[in-house]
Write a protein that binds this ligand. Structure first.
Ligand SMILES: NC(=O)C1=CN([C@@H]2O[C@H](COP(=O)(O)OP(=O)(O)OC[C@H]3O[C@@H](n4cnc5c(N)ncnc54)[C@H](O)[C@@H]3O)[C@@H](O)[C@H]2O)C=CC1
Ligand SMILES: O=C(O)CCC(=O)C(=O)O
Length: 528
């Protein structure tokens, strides 16, 4: 089957090499589509690759009934509705490191260009003026650079600024005293940073919390004559507050690569000679563009070939080594989930997943997601996958808890899922037998041993002589052949179960006669 990829923003041709050379992938590059045209075209595509221009909105995602993966050739995913993607089970991948260097270099270029008024001087010179007095700058040496957002780019900028003999003070919620000391920077609160800095540079993502982080209040805290840079995202700095701060002389210079609205429509800020700007060029180098496009292309290829990705934004990525160890359990976990849904015939209020033996030492999140996928797909169909299984469970008010114990109960590995519903608690345990595949080894409190696949009948009955024979006869009368049968009981003459594997699906009417038998309490058909 061909996997169709739509590329809707310009990506480096070298960067899409991995896609072009993978079997079964068809690429369509259409980089001039309007929002409406894209919405018309999107259905039928399995993957969509974008940069920052294409707005991947909820409306677009809802029209994309085949979409499985969105690749962002870059870092910021604020142009993608992540919640809508997750809800629809679409993996979003980005390229977190490919443009770090370029963005840091661009920030330094903006810092130096701003401090020495290079764009302004160049413009003046081009107009035939030899004006040296108007373009006196300031040195960076011994000045303090305040870095707000000390992730990949913030740290790279700081390292370069130290080369200019600047002092660095940074704020990031993840920056600790120990890390700051190791990196040779001071650290403090946002306010500490804004107060101390001669130059401020922001390197956070645009989030609810960072929108207008630099606003009129923040400008008040800063030194008079501060200069400010935004090479991260438009909206982190409140543009209207910046305009006023520059006009009033509080801010002596600003260097902007990104804007609240892109492409820019309101050029008012650029009427101020103190402001220099570029049209979102932070990542626009041949190297960065090739690197980010290669990264997302490789993730799409890996998704098509192996179903795994490296840089998912809405699904925790699983290291290769871990993946090798837990992948064999995916199918078992999913089947236990489906088995329990059929067995209970109800939706769960609470699900407890117990991992024992060697699984207790591993990160088991991906297994829990696969189990939930199995559990939810019965009612929600193919729409559920491991990207949205946990999200959907939470949305539906199902509490999911993971528990681990190294005690192996005689098995080298064991997954036990306990489901609490309105009518009670049911559970099933499964294991992966070396070389023999998956087995369900316990249902409720009964020890069993059956393959979790095909057509199954779970029968609860009273332990009486002859009941097994009568079940066989009645199924025979319905032309249902029994392949295997397991029985278990609490005590002789007490509650008992039969686990039958049968050769074809049993319709409810086929089971009516069975249910009428005096000893039978319940009959549940399960198809895995
Ligand atoms: N102009 C351009 O072309 C480019 C812009 N970018 C933008 O640069 C930004 C940073 O990218 P990276 O450094 O790669 O990301 P990153 O994820 O490595 O770093 C972001 C840092 O911001 C911190 N942060 C989050 N909320 C914060 C808050 N309220 N206050 C202070 N810090 C906060 C995070 O803890 C994190 O350490 C992103 O917005 C990205 O989209 C990235 C590449 C190119
Ligand atoms: O695609 C681009 O050129 C923009 C890069 C960017 O802003 C990012 O990676 O967050």
């Amino acid at each position: 089957m061909t996997f169709h990829v739509l590329i809707s923003d310009p990506l480096s041709e070298e960067g899409v090499y991995p896609l072009r050379h993978a079997d079964g992938i068809n690429i369509v590059m259409e980089t001039n589509l309007s929002e409406a045209e894209l919405a018309e075209r999107i259905d039928g595509f399995d993957a969509l690759l974008v940069r920052s221009q294409t707005q991947v909105t909820r409306e677009l995602i809802e029209k994309a009934s085949n979409l499985k993966i969105i690749g962002r050739a870059g870092v910021g995913v604020d142009n993608i509705d992540l919640e809508a993607a997750t809800e629809h089970g679409i993996i979003v991948v980005n390229a977190p490191d490919g443009n770090t260097n370029s963005a840091a270099e661009h920030t330094m270029a903006m810092l130096m260009g701003m401090a020495r008024k290079i764009p302004q001087a160049y413009n003046s010179l081009k107009q035939g003026k030899w004006d040296r007095k108007a373009y006196v700058g300031v040195e960076l040496k011994n000045k303090t650079l305040g870095v707000v957002g000390f992730g990949r780019i913030g740290q790279e900028v700081a390292a370069r600024a130290k080369g200019q003999r600047m002092n660095i003070i940074a704020y990031d919620p993840f920056l600790t005293a120990e890390k700051a000391e190791k990196l040779g920077v001071d650290f403090g609160t946002v306010e500490d940073v804004l107060k101390a800095a001669d130059f401020v540079t922001v390197h956070t993502p645009l989030l609810k919390e960072t929108k207008h982080l630099i606003n009129a209040e923040a400008f008040k805290v800063m030194k008079d004559g501060v200069q400010i840079i935004n090479c991260a995202r438009g909206g982190i700095i409140d543009e209207s507050a910046l305009y006023d701060a520059v006009k009033s002389g509080k801010v002596a210079g600003a260097a902007l690569d990104v804007f609240e609205q892109e492409p820019m429509v309101d050029f008012r800020l650029l009427e101020l000679p103190e402001i220099i700007a570029t049209p979102h060029l932070g990542a626009s180098t041949f190297e960065a563009q090739e690197s980010v496009a290669v990264d997302v292309s490789q993730d799409v290829v890996s998704f098509v070939k192996y179903g795994t990705v490296r840089n998912s934004v809405n699904l925790p990525s699983v290291p290769k080594e871990l993946m090798k160890r837990i992948e064999p359990y995916f199918d078992l976990a999913e089947r236990i989930g489906t088995f329990l849904t059929d067995l209970t015939g109800e939706t769960a209020d609470e699900v407890n997943v117990y991992y024992s033996g060697e699984l207790a030492n591993l990160e088991v999140g991906p297994l829990t997601r696969n189990m939930l996928k199995g559990m939810l797909k019965r009612h929600l169909g193919k729409h559920v996958n491991d990207v949205n299984a946990m999200y959907i469970a939470n949305q539906k008010g199902i509490h999911v808890n993971e528990h681990k114990s190294t005690e192996s109960r005689g098995f080298t590995n064991l997954i036990t899922v306990e489901v609490k519903t309105q009518s009670g608690t049911r559970k099933a345990s499964g294991t992966l037998l070396n070389g023999q595949g998956a087995r369900i080894v316990k249902v409720d409190d009964y020890i069993v041993d059956f393959l979790p696949n095909g057509h199954l009948l779970f029968i609860r009955h009273n332990d009486r002589p002859g009941v097994i024979g009568r079940v066989g006869t009645l199924l025979g009368a319905e032309d249902i052949n029994i392949a295997t049968m397991q029985v278990g009981r609490s005590n002789a003459g007490g509650d008992a179960i039969m686990m039958l594997s049968i050769d074809k699906h049993a319709d409810p009417e086929d089971l009516e006669e069975l249910k009428k038998l005096e000893e039978i309490e319940s009959v549940t058909a399960i198809d895995l």
